[in-house]
Write a protein that binds this ligand. Structure first.
Ligand code: FE
Ligand code: FE
Ligand code: ZN
Length: 292
């Protein structure tokens, strides 16, 4: 299984991210190139990048499974202020060039928020932006399935399909499933196979390049988007294990974006739970023991 979590991208850049991932027992990871809420970015240091490549090789992390996540401030869906829309486009493009310097192949984005415009126009705006951004030799963009909080776009198969149908270079855009978002958007993860067959019929499973594996703090269809630790939410451990071990998604990188437990990252113990297919009901006490 290709499994990891989101990790920091700090002063040691990709090398730091890789070190953190390895400390969790992961064989992949997802990172942001800077704070997800702002646009302040440092130059990529080629020495750190090369060190990261060596370190990853030694520790069994294949670069082709590493994922980046775009900052939240990017909104491709609303074009009422042409300047903000253009800023989102140019900033995302810059981020793609930055991760290309590190040979990272995938950038997950939230499709965007419609705000006050109608959803069909919003979906068209997203596709227009993508057609502006995509270049043959840039990394792929992965549209994340969203919970439907506020005016989020990409909240069902139909909307994702609609965006993809308007994209010119279809081979450069894929999908990232997020189990918490799916649950909150109204999908019952206990019937994940039904969802997958519908997805396969409408879009095609070969378009899935990443899965965010999170439990949810809220019931199906709540449109909330609050992640919970594996087995500590409404989706439940067994249903998430079924997603993680689904043979149709075997080669797709799985990324945990579950919340820290107090001051501790839960990922090492969650990855252990996944490997042993066994729920740990003492996550908090075991983490305190592990990191004391
Ligand atoms: Fe996301
Ligand atoms: Fe996610
Ligand atoms: Zn989320």
């Amino acid at each position: 299984m290709i499994i990891g979590s989101h990790v920091n991208f700090n002063t040691e850049q990709l090398l730091g991210s890789a070190k953190t991932a390895i400390s969790y027992g992961a064989n992949t990871f997802m990172f942001y190139t800077g704070a997800p809420q702002n646009t302040i970015r440092k130059d990529i240091d080629p020495n750190l990048t090369n060190e990261a490549f060596m370190y990853m090789k030694e520790n069994g992390v294949d670069l082709k499974n590493v994922i980046c996540h775009a900052p939240y401030i990017i909104n491709l869906a609303n074009r009422e202020k042409e300047d903000s829309w253009n800023f989102s486009i140019s900033f995302l493009k810059k981020e793609l060039y930055r991760i290309k310097e590190m040979q990272v192949g995938y950038m997950v984005i939230h499709p965007g928020n419609a705000l006050k415009i109608d959803r069909m126009t919003a979906l068209q705006n997203i596709a227009d932006a993508l057609n502006n951004i995509i270049e043959d030799d840039l990394p792929m963009i992965l549209l994340e399935t969203m919970a439907g909080k506020g005016t989020e776009c990409g909240i069902n198969i139909y909307e994702l399909k609609e965006i993809l149908s308007k994209v010119e270079k279809k081979e450069k855009v894929g999908i990232c499933l997020d189990t918490c978002h799916l649950n909150d958007s109204g999908i019952d993860i206990a019937k994940f196979d039904d969802y997958l067959s519908e997805f396969d019929q409408e879009i095609g499973l070969e378009h899935i390049f990443c899965i965010h594996v999170n439990d949810s703090k809220n019931p199906i269809g709540s449109h909330k988007d609050r992640h919970a630790n594996l087995g500590y939410g409404t989706i439940g451990f067994d249903n998430l294990i079924n997603v993680l071990y689904n043979p149709k998604l075997k080669d797709v990188p799985k990324i945990l974006e579950t919340p820290w437990v107090g001051e501790y990252p839960p990922y090492k113990l969650e990855i252990e739970m996944i490997k042993h297919k066994k729920f740990n009901p003492n996550l908090e006490t075991d983490l305190k023991e592990l990191y004391k």
